[in-house]
Design a protein around this ligand. Structure first.
Ligand SMILES: Cc1cc2nc3c(=O)[nH]c(=O)nc-3n(C[C@H](O)[C@H](O)[C@H](O)COP(=O)(O)O)c2cc1C
Length: 354
């Protein structure tokens, strides 16, 4: 039963001076939310702000090709924010300035990542334990640039240290343009469920800046429920957008009072094709290797027969890709499609890696 989201505010979302076409955002998922994926999801409709995978500020400044690749964008990849992290103040400031100088329109500071590799350097969620240091760092970045600076964080380090509401209030005073709040603590990793109450406390702590709620949104109903129960201004969706890239279109349908449209099988095949084409535009023939990572995911969502999924994991040329797609079209119905929840790797609790 689809409920009418009548009492929710659907006016455009403003973050600093930027106006977003939708209140539903793509949360960064390192390794997945690359340029090709963002572009193809944007093409389905309903998506507002997208954020790049997190980029290490120091590496960004050192012209590492991998970091530069992560921030590659295109005219149709808007609105976009680049997410940076670092425990080194000077590098974080310099990276934000560098992004502004190169035409990027928004900077997001990562304060929620539970990975040891990030936290060991004082970046990510570790910053939430040092309120004074976090405020100093964030304030310095805000003062260094004129583009909007946002912060993405968790509820706190652990249950005993739920610092997000107090930090959000401080950050607002310092000029931060919006807060994205993942409703779990760092201690929780990805375990348990998201605390809508925790998100609500952040909403109540700030005066006027938008709070973007995040965590466990898998359906349009989940997104609308999060807004209703927390009063958050907007919602960021990560894994839910991988499982169902049409989630933004579904929310758009719902907020416009229409029935949600399920994508047809042909639309799903077109999504696969466009995802690959957009990768080709960025990476050329190397895409034949990069795309293999998605074989299992498409295998399940499209119900691709095992032998074709296997070919998608090993193909070497564009012609071969096209041939596989033709076969996928012809052999539909041989295997049932399903949501590949298990394919999105997350860390178990307080962790060393994703
Ligand atoms: C594979 C993976 C990669 C992620 N990469 C990032 C990242 O680069 N930056 C970040 O702030 N959060 C990252 N996250 C956290 C997500 O943005 C999001 O906060 C979290 O997954 C909860 O939202 P969801 O249930 O909608 O996915 C990542 C999560 C996963 C599972």
């Amino acid at each position: 039963m689809q409920t009418a989201p009548s009492q929710l505010d659907h006016s455009p979302l403003a973050i600093g001076g930027r106006v977003m076409p939708s209140r539903y955002c793509l949360a960064p998922l390192a390794g997945y939310t690359h340029l090709a994926f963002r572009r193809v999801v944007r093409g389905l409709g309903g998506l507002g702000l997208a954020t790049t995978d997190l980029v290490q500020a120091t590496l960004l400044l050192s012209v590492r090709s991998k970091s530069r690749e992560l921030i590659e964008t295109s005219p149709d990849d808007v609105p976009l924010s680049v997410q940076i992290f670092s425990g080194i103040r000077a590098d974080l400031i310099a990276a934000a300035k560098w992004l502004e100088d190169h035409g990027y329109q928004g900077v997001d500071i990562n304060m929620g990542c539970p990975m040891a590799k990030v936290n060991g350097q004082g970046g990510g969620a570790r910053l939430m334990c040092d309120t004074g240091g976090a405020c100093q760092l964030v304030g310095d970045v805000v003062n260094a640039v004129s583009i909007p600076v946002t912060v993405k964080m968790r509820l706190g380090w652990d249950r005993e240290n739920l610092t997000a509401p107090a930090l959000s209030r401080e950050f607002e005073q310092l000029g931060v343009a919006a807060i994205t709040i993942h409703g779990r603590t760092r201690q929780q990793g990805f375990q348990g469920t998201v605390s809508l109450d925790g998100i609500r406390q952040v909403v109540e702590a700030v005066d006027t800046i938008p709070v973007i709620g995040n965590g466990d949104v898998r359906t349009a109903t989940d997104a609308l429920t999060m807004r209703k129960q927390t009063d958050c201004t907007a919602v960021a969706i990560g894994r839910g957008a991988l499982l169902d890239p049409w989630i933004f279109r579904r929310i758009e349908d719902r907020t416009a009072g229409r029935e949600e449209q399920d994508p047809t099988r042909e639309e799903r095949i077109q999504f696969l094709k466009r995802h690959f084409q957009m990768m080709m535009q960025q990476h050329g023939d190397y895409s034949c290797i990069l795309f293999r990572k998605f074989a299992g995911w498409y295998g399940l969502t499209l119900g691709i027969p095992d032998d074709l999924e296997d070919r998608l994991r090993r193909f070497e040329t564009v012609d071969e890709f096209d041939e596989i797609v033709s076969q996928i079209r012809l052999r539909q119905g041989e295997r049932e499609s399903q949501l590949p929840t298990a394919l999105i790797k997350v860390p178990n609790g307080p962790v060393e890696r994703w």
